[in-house]
Design a protein around this ligand. Structure first.
Ligand code: VGL
Ligand code: ZN
Length: 206
């Protein structure tokens, strides 16, 4: 059984959002077009409390983009984003939500970030995604969403480690690219670790 995982398609990650991914909105029609090909669609939401340790604003004299040690883990600091209950944390109203089977919230602990949809960045706590996938007999994951070089990347790596057959839909993801080739490198590494690559056109052909 297959599932489509839609990572963090939230207002703050779209152009004009607090942490807008360049051309992040381009993936929305692509994803809406392929949803009917899946029986199970799961969305994730980055869902941070206001005092989250990944926000530069919660540290003295720190700017977004700077790197710190946060409770023993290397942490890139971000602008305030996806604050619990804020409009920026809503799923984009342009993404079809009528076919969603479940929504997984992540990044709720102020002391640790959570890029992967499965665990926090220290692999200390599960988000509940794995339990849901097991309960529904899902063994194969198609991954799309934002951002290629952060949440999509770490979700795909964890999925592979957990033994899921994992496919990245390359035209249904966009990256932050703090460094120009970050997304390209992330895709190369996902493939090296065993991810399959496909396109929305390929999925529509199957
Ligand atoms: C993300 C940076 C910070 C993402 C989330 O969804 O890729 N990136 N929080
Ligand atoms: Zn975040």
């Amino acid at each position: 059984m297959q599932a489509l995982l839609l990572i963090d398609i939230q207002n703050d990650f779209l152009p004009n959002g607090a942490l807008g991914v360049p051309d992040g909105d381009h993936i929305i029609p692509v994803i809406n077009n392929i949803q009917h090909k899946f029986n199970c669609i799961i969305a994730t939401r980055d869902w941070h409390p206001a005092n989250h340790g990944s926000f530069a604003s919660n540290h003295v004299n720190k700017q977004p983009g700077e790197v710190i040690q946060l409770n023993g883990l290397t942490q890139i600091l971000w602008p305030d984003h996806c604050m619990q209950g804020s409009p920026g944390a809503e799923l984009s109203p342009r993404i079809n939500q009528s076919l969603l089977s479940n929504v997984i919230f992540k990044g709720t602990d102020p002391d640790i970030d959570s890029y992967s949809a499965f665990y926090d960045n220290g692999h200390l706590k599960e988000t509940g995604l794995q339990v849901y996938l097991k309960r529904n007999g899902i063994t194969s994951l198609y991954v799309a969403g934002l951002a290629t070089d952060y949440c999509v990347y770490y979700t795909v790596l964890d999925a592979l480690k957990l033994g899921y057959a994992t496919t990245l839909i390359t035209d249904a993801t966009k990256g932050v690219n703090i460094h120009p080739n970050d997304s390209q490198k992330a895709i190369m590494n996902m493939e090296k670790q065993g991810a399959q690559l496909t396109t929305s056109a390929q999925i529509l052909n199957d």
